[in-house]
Design a protein around this ligand. Sequence first.
Ligand code: ACO
Length: 432
Amino acid sequence: MPEETLSVVDNRTGRRYEIPIRDGAIPATELQKITTDGAGTGMMSYDPAFLNTASCRSAITYIDGERGILRYRGYPIEELADKSSFLEVAYLLIHGELPDPEQAREWVEAITHHTLLHENIKKLIDGFHHDAHPMGILVGTVGALSTFYPDAKDISKAESRRLQILRLIAKMPTLAAFAYRHAIGMPFAYPDSDLSYSGNFLNMMWKATELKYEPNPVLERALDVLLILHADHEQNCSTNVMRAVGSSHADPFSATAAASAALYGPLHGGANEQVLRMLKEIGSISRIPEYVKRVRAGELRLMGFGHRVYKNHDPRARIIKKVADDVLAVTGRSPLLDIALEMERVALADDYFIKHRLYPNVDFYSGIIYAAIGFPVDMFPVLFAIGRTPGWLAQWQEGLLDPEQKIARPRQVYTGPAERHLPGVRQPAAAR
Ligand code: ACO
């Protein structure tokens, strides 16, 4: 079979170049051979926001946005959401295979063992203002954890990486719940090792004076499924940050703080929070047409709609709709869900949304479920961060172990002024 190549003719020089194709991609560094004078660093590719640039080779998550496919390590998201627990999925993302029963037992036990926080973290949380956004507290405290675990700097040792992975997956819910309890002035509720990962999180959020908190099994499972749906999404904004920070060999707590900060933005993990605010602002089904008119006029965006990758449908949104039904059967119907369902119906039939290929994304319904379970809106991106942590860590480790990776350092096309001089500075003779 002939080698797969791309032939490029530089019309400035008439020279022809053969660029190798590997897995449907060309190495951007090959473009450097294309020069007009044989000097300099040659041609670059220009791709703001990485619209068409693969930054790594990855065996973790597969997405086909045109066909609405999402798979973790080859398994369809629908099957994982139906049959697995969040911690099994976390194991799968990190190790590449689902655990056997013994591995699952050890994994759950190890994570449960690491859920406690150093008591000084509580003092740090106490220092935040009472109305501090829990995502801000999460970003600050997860970064601070690196100072408690200096061994986390040993990123080249497999054993150390494993320990930090366990710590991070275990401690994110505790940090999140403590941030919430701080905001409402409740004493912190400590982890309960008898409960599942999601059940324990509900316990740390809402345990009051009862001796033992018993989570509602439907809500516990719904939360677990939501965490599964958020667990990884290949090279999204926050994962790209995780890999970039990890590429400088910073410890994983610092890298997770940076990734969480990226997730905080309203165009990424902050979108579910915005969806709920938007649905509340719309307020009633009768006001939907007026709202859609403003979206069409470019005045605002319909939050929870559109995706960089999914241009057909977001498979997670379908699963979430079903989870919403289960949860609302327990908690009672939400008027916001009625507005959301009608908004989806109107938008999917509207030529603006059809033309722009805008479909509900994972965040459109997740906020309604979180609100029905009882989470305040501020906690939505925090829940996303808890779910995404195993994905970040799997991607971080994969990046570190990839011999083709180096410190992330993009190029730029300089558009500023040419050399110039401050008044009164003598120019070198050659420049005069
Ligand atoms: N409402 C209205 N118009 C939209 C929307 C929207 N939600 N999303 C995109 N568009 C329009 C844009 O105005 C643009 O129109 P134009 O070409 O006529 O100027 C076109 O669609 C393309 O938009 P881009 O911003 O270039 O698309 P991009 O792929 O960069 O953005 C994004 C994807 C950020 C998700 C975008 O669709 C958006 O802002 N959605 C709302 C926020 C949201 O729900 N984010 C959650 C994403 S999922 C996640 O992070 C888990």
